[in-house]
Design a protein around this ligand. Structure first.
Ligand code: N2P
Length: 341
């Protein structure tokens, strides 16, 4: 009897403590935030941030779609935002609660995937490209072709991300990375299957340790990770291949399944305070969409052509579009590629 009462008292005490603090569930890519920024938010707003990570847009989409954990803020990319809007998975954001939206550079607002930013607030942007070790690669790196060069067999890392990897094969074939042509996709599949014996691994965030530790010579990466890697190892360099690449935008959204919209909007606004955006950007290496943050960033970062390339330096780009029902074809192809040994 005594122990039951004790358990009840402890239970009451702990729920009491728990309910005093609101919690916000944040769902972001791995290595994509400065943990101190989360601590600062917790302290200032006297809340608890419950932080979870994902490795790809597809993984994030599946967890939000199937429910289970309800996330208050998530960080999808362009084409996935488009899809989530169509599937009614996102809350409209009340812009009056996000005054720091004024700090976002115009060119990142009102993009096709969310034409009036009703559902998303810009976070980071970047390109897809190739990082390579100048001491391990003696060929000119300016084309996706290097990823098929047998000389580098076993030293090539690909991204474990379906849209990105298929996009590279499509670009190499001079097709659109949003193609709905089955024949073109078959050709892209064959290319990636042919490449498989040269690939050391399909990777996610571990690419950084592998390249910095010089365990591989060439890797497909997103520009911000390249910035972080070059900072650690100056033998590394990043290029955007001449055939063209993907330009991407990651925004913050509020999933409908979230339970704390008010706090979610506070969080999104906080992330766009110039000093906070700068601190966060400097930590992760990615390129901020917040122009007011730029003046707090080190000059070598703001002037870096990896992090902030001009349109000319970026060259020909495509932005991923939601593939709707045709996504099935991409899914099948990706499974086949991954199943190859
Ligand atoms: C960071 C992931 C960046 C996401 N690890 C690129 N869209």
């Amino acid at each position: 009897m005594f122990s039951i009462v004790l358990v009840m008292i402890i239970g009451l005490l702990s729920t009491g403590c728990g309910s005093a603090k609101s919690t916000i569930n944040v769902y972001n890519w791995g290595d994509y935030i400065d943990p101190d920024v989360l601590k600062e938010f917790e302290k200032e707003f006297d809340v608890k941030v419950n932080y979870n990570t994902f490795a790809t847009n597809e993984d994030m989409y599946v967890s939000i779609k199937k429910g289970g954990t309800s996330y208050d803020v998530a960080f999808p990319s362009d084409y996935m935002i488009e899809r989530m809007i169509k599937e009614d998975l996102l809350e409209k954001i009340n812009k009056e609660n996000i005054p720091n939206l004024d700090n976002i550079e115009d060119r990142f607002l009102d993009l096709n995937f969310d034409p009036s930013n009703e559902y998303s607030v810009p976070y980071m942007w970047g390109t897809l490209g190739i990082i390579y070790n100048k001491n391990m690669v003696d060929d000119l790196v300016n084309s996706w072709d290097i990823l098929w060069n047998e000389k580098y067999a076993g030293q090539i890392l690909m991204l474990d991300s379906q849209r990105d990897s298929i996009a590279i094969a499509l670009k190499k074939l001079d097709y659109s990375m949003n193609t709905r042509n089955t024949k073109e996709l078959e050709e892209a599949k064959e290319k990636l299957i042919k490449q498989k014996p040269l690939v050391y691994a399909y990777v996610g965030d571990e690419v950084k340790d592998l390249m910095v530790g010089e365990e591989a010579a060439i890797a497909v990466v997103w520009s911000g990770d390249a910035v972080a890697m070059i900072r650690e190892n100056e033998n590394l360099d990043y290029v955007i291949p001449k055939e063209g690449t993907n330009l991407w935008f990651d925004n913050m959204v509020i999933p409908k399944s979230g339970k704390n919209k008010e706090l979610a909007e506070k969080f999104i606004n906080f992330m766009n305070r110039p000093e906070i955006a700068a601190k966060n950007t400097d930590y992760i290496g990615y390129s901020t969409t917040n122009y007011a943050a730029l003046k707090y960033l080190p000059e070598d970062i703001v002037n870096s052509k990896v992090a902030y390339p001009t349109d000319e330096e970026i060259g020909e780009v495509e932005i991923f579009k939601d593939l709707e029902d045709f996504l099935k074809v991409y899914d099948e192809i990706w499974l086949e590629i991954k199943a190859q040994r």
